[in-house]
Ligand binder design. Structure first.
Ligand code: ASP
Length: 432
């Protein structure tokens, strides 16, 4: 009997999770036992397993990748292309969000309704602000300071990927310059570690259907409906605006780039990336998905480790198209609710801060909310207004994280093609 391919298994798990989450809530019991803690248990187990491999996988794969690039010129070229690609796609995403939110105008509602919405939030927003760690515009530089970690072990322990990436890049660079016998001993050690981490990732992937089911069922079953029901129409329009903008970016802009710059078939890329995309959807974390992203890009899409090890960890932390787009739409939506007519300069400020913060925020659930408080403070709106979107944020987080991962993997494919790799998305490889 042929086994169902992994991406189908995960998709079935996802659909089942939505159904089960829909008919249950935090108190539902089956044979007298509450089901919600089971979702929590298996979901957390899966997330932990993914997080467990991140540090050793990222460090070893960057070191090997960079050591393999060899000369400084090759590295500079690769870095330049990667950063350019990431900037261009994030900018395109933000502009898409800006155009769609201006056209759909989800926050342009009657004065009475907007007053009612804005008055309903402050009651619950203070703890929310503390919980998400709201910042203001003066903290923007702090977002980037973590790039150079004062303590690399602490950076690893706290999941500060950007600092870890910086250190690993330097390590890999000098590994190829320390001379023998150190260079080959080091290379063998890190190569071995990377291979082992990839094998562990493959094992974790086998549990993805169960993990995805538990994570998604938990989110749906635990959804707080009250604010949502009260302002269903306005929040629904906001939801649709984000969905449409994300859809344009992921289903039109990025596939066009795959087709015309990468010269590969976009649907093959979707298929190759399916397990990682569904993991991104269920975990809402680019960082936690990273091991799966690397696995799918290398094994299914056929990109070399030299490219993927550099482009993907960097992408998971600095390239967040969905996040950047979302920040822009939310800031505009809130401004619309306040009845503000934003001029070109203010809209441009929003675009710029969305771009910068999407680079600086971590790939963890709800990271956008922190960035949004920075934008709100920059354009002079109260930070607690971010509470308006909390009710729908969790689901939108799943969607924007999926787009973030799709963009990273698109970057890996396109850059590999630009670097002359031929065997990419030829349709022959697929373990998914
Ligand atoms: N959850 C997103 C990610 O990990 C970040 C965000 O909140 O937008 O990519």
């Amino acid at each position: 009997m042929t086994r169902l391919q992994l991406h189908w298994q995960i998709l079935i798990a996802l659909v089942l999770a939505v159904l089960v989450g829909w008919v249950t809530d935090e108190t539902t019991r089956l044979f007298g036992v509450r089901v919600y803690p089971f979702f929590e248990f298996f979901g957390t187990l899966f997330l932990n397993a993914l997080k467990m491999v991140i540090v050793p996988l990222v460090v070893s794969s960057i070191i090997i990748g960079i050591a393999g690039v060899g000369n400084t010129r090759g590295l500079g070229r690769l870095g330049g292309k990667t950063l350019l690609f990431y900037m261009v796609t994030s900018f395109a995403a933000i502009v898409t969000g800006l155009v769609v939110v201006n056209l759909m105008a989800p926050g342009v509602v009657s004065a009475d309704l907007s007053r009612e919405i804005l008055e309903t939030i402050p009651s619950q927003s203070q703890e929310k602000l503390v919980a998400i760690g709201a910042r203001d515009i003066s903290d923007l530089s702090g977002v980037f300071i973590s790039m150079v970690p004062p303590n690399v072990i602490a950076a690893a322990a706290n999941g500060q990927l950007l600092g870890l990436i910086f250190f690993s890049l330097l390590y890999g660079f000098y590994l190829s310059r320390v001379g023998e016998p150190y260079a080959s001993a080091q290379f063998t050690f890190w190569q071995g570690m990377m291979n082992i981490m990839m094998k562990i990732t493959l094992l974790i992937m086998k549990f993805a259907p169960l993990g995805v089911f538990a994570l998604v069922a938990k989110v749906i079953a635990g959804m707080d409906q009250s604010f949502l029901n009260e302002f269903a129409e306005t929040l629904g329009m906001f939801f649709l605006t984000v969905l449409l903008a994300l859809g344009i970016h992921a289903l039109i802009t990025l596939p066009l780039m795959l087709r015309f710059i990468g010269r590969v078939k976009p649907w093959r890329h979707f298929r190759a990336m399916a397990p990682a995309l569904m993991t991104a959807f269920s975990t809402s974390s680019s960082s936690a998905t990273l091991p799966m992203t690397i696995e799918c890009v290398e094994k299914n899409a056929g990109v070399s480790n030299r490219i993927s090890s550099f482009v993907l960890p960097l992408g998971a932390t600095i390239n967040m198209d969905g996040t950047a787009l979302y920040e822009c739409v939310v800031a505009m939506f809130i401004a619309q609710l306040y009845g503000l007519e934003l001029g070109f300069v203010t809209q441009f400020t929003i675009v710029l801060i969305a771009l910068l913060t999407s680079i600086g925020v971590a790939g963890v659930p709800s990271a956008s909310l922190v960035a949004i408080t920075i934008i709100l403070s920059a354009i002079g709106l109260p930070l607690e207004a971010v509470g308006v979107i909390i009710a729908v944020d969790r689901i939108l987080d799943m969607l924007r994280t999926t787009v973030n991962i799709f963009s990273d993997s698109t970057g890996a494919v396109i850059i590999a093609r630009l670097e002359g790799e031929e065997e990419i998305l030829t349709g022959e490889k697929t373990t998914a």
